[in-house]
Design a protein. Structure first.
Length: 49
């Protein structure tokens, strides 16, 4: 349960960053990379501790 809460919180933070700064960008490869790295972060960070 704690893993899901941490992962959800990280997803919200990453989405807010995307929506605030990257929403209107036209560098689609960079945005794709951001989402892939974000997915890896969401999977790994909650496991640390």
């Amino acid at each position: 349960m704690e893993y899901l809460l941490k992962a959800s919180g990280i997803v919200v933070i990453l989405f807010l960053f995307y929506y605030t700064f990257l929403r209107n960008e036209t560098f689609f490869n960079s945005i794709r990379g951001y989402f892939i790295i974000g997915l890896l972060i969401v999977l790994i960070i909650p496991l640390i501790e």
